[in-house]
Design a protein around this ligand. Structure first.
Ligand SMILES: Cc1cc2nc3c(=O)[nH]c(=O)nc-3n(C[C@H](O)[C@H](O)[C@H](O)COP(=O)(O)OP(=O)(O)OC[C@H]3O[C@@H](n4cnc5c(N)ncnc54)[C@H](O)[C@@H]3O)c2cc1C
Length: 399
């Protein structure tokens, strides 16, 4: 049996696993990453890609601001310009700004709401040609605000985070993997077997659980049921039509979540889709595809009646958002979740946006515990395959 020693073993190749892979290798640790399915994660590749600032939406958010998120767009921007924690200069930025628009009936209240934030420079009112093209129609009487939030292309992010690490990312299905745990929940070894391969034994100094909703199973493997995980189903709608205008905006409503969130994404056939979430996606979790599409069509007609969407094709898709099941955190996801359990580090980023915070927390944990790089990267590749690179759901639904 071949035995490998590594400083860190990561499970999962969503944003949590890939961000940490890059940060930990840059800090000199030897790292192996195991993915059970396709590369790029489930939530990650199907995210809207908005890098949120600290602003919460909805007039009710006046009660509860999320200041800690404030730093995130700037941290991402420094990575995107190649000067930050990571070099993401190859990542495609889809939009430099996400906008907020309000209906005419809410405009006055929205004005009051945003007035308190204009001073901080996070929100700018915009008029005329400064508005997104979709909101320049003469019949539109609402307000428009520009946020510091940017929108990034998820496949290009996954590409950038994996390009330099093909030598340490491997696909391993759960049936081929066995974890050896001691009575303090330390992962002492991970065994990998396969039909045509010599069995492998990996001795990790530390293990990162970055499996998104797969973390529940990984926790069970180390003999634990807690910290528990919460799943919130959202029912997203996609629409595709030739010459769809690019649009990145939240429609503000009276609630905590935007009434509608729209982002635009390029598809491999050279067209674009609108990806529609927000309150309509949260409330539509129990609806079937036909009902959910009809609901979104009604919303689009009510909120953007001048946009010609004739001939558009619609698809819907249900997906879970995964968060730690701590009530307080369900309300305030302003930090990534990181917890050490023996030599395991459990992570839930809670938002794509919080990846830099996740990276810093994990590195701080290691530094505070005096854990230094010890082993070299394996000199020979492991007898395992590199996983197939995943794609956002719309690439398969519209074919
Ligand atoms: C529809 C939607 C839109 C969103 N939009 C935004 C947004 O605009 N901005 C934002 O900040 N956040 C957004 N989010 C949230 C964000 O996408 C998630 O918080 C983040 O992507 C979660 O990343 P992750 O790495 O934890 O999980 P995932 O991306 O789900 O990746 C987990 C990976 O681990 C693998 N895995 C699981 N178990 C194992 C195992 N035992 N062994 C090996 N591998 C395993 C899985 O196969 C998967 O590849 C959105 C979420 C959803 C659902």
């Amino acid at each position: 049996m071949r035995t490998i020693k590594t400083d860190i073993l990561i499970f999962g190749s969503g944003i949590a696993g890939l961000w940490l892979l890059n940060r930990l290798r840059a800090a000199g640790y030897s790292v192996l990453l195991l993915e059970q399915d396709r590369l790029g994660g489930l939530e990650t590749l199907n995210a809207n890609g908005i890098i949120h600032g600290g602003l919460k939406f909805g007039l009710s958010a006046m009660l509860r601001d999320v200041e800690d998120l404030d730093d995130m767009p700037a941290l991402w921007r420094s990575c995107l310009s190649g000067t930050g924690d990571l070099d993401l200069s190859d990542v495609r930025v889809l939009a430099e700004h996400q906008y907020i628009w309000s209906e005419a009936s809410l405009a006055a209240r929205a004005n009051t709401y945003f007035a308190s934030r204009l001073m901080s420079g996070r929100v700018d009112p915009v008029d005329g040609v400064d508005r997104p093209a979709v909101l320049q129609n003469a019949t539109f009487k609402g307000r428009v605000y520009r946020l510091s939030d940017l929108v990034i292309d998820m496949p290009s992010l996954v590409q950038a985070l994996t390009a330099r690490h093909r030598d340490c990312i491997y696909k391993v299905g759960g049936q081929n993997l066995h974890m050896e745990i001691d009575d303090r929940h330390n992962t002492t070894a991970v065994f990998i077997t396969g039909a045509a391969m010599e069995p492998l034994r990996i001795h990790p100094n530390h293990v990162v659980l970055a499996g998104g909703q797969g973390n529940a199973g990984l926790l069970e493997d180390i003999g634990l049921r807690e910290p528990a995980m919460a799943k919130r189903t959202v029912h997203m709608v996609m629409l595709k039509r030739p010459n769809l205008p690019s649009f990145y905006a939240h429609c503000i409503g009276p609630r905590r979540t935007p009434r509608l969130t729209i982002t635009t994404h390029p598809t491999r056939d050279g067209e674009k889709i609108w990806y529609v979430g927000g309150e309509v996606a949260e409330e539509g979790a129990g609806l079937d595809e036909r009902m959910q599409i009809e609901k979104v069509q009604r919303e689009l007609k009510a909120l953007l009646p001048w946009v010609d969407l004739r001939g558009a094709r619609y698809k819907s898709f249900k997906i879970n958002r995964v968060l730690p099941a701590d009530d307080r955190r369900l309300l305030r996801t302003d930090n990534a979740f990181v917890q050490r359990i023996g030599n395991n580090i459990l992570t839930w980023p809670c938002k794509l946006t919080l990846a830099p915070n996740l990276g810093r927390q994990v590195l701080n944990h290691l530094e505070n515990a005096g854990i230094k790089p010890e082993h070299e990267q394996p000199s020979e590749p492991l007898p395992l395959l590199f996983p197939e690179i995943g794609q956002p759901i719309w690439e398969t639904l519209f074919t």
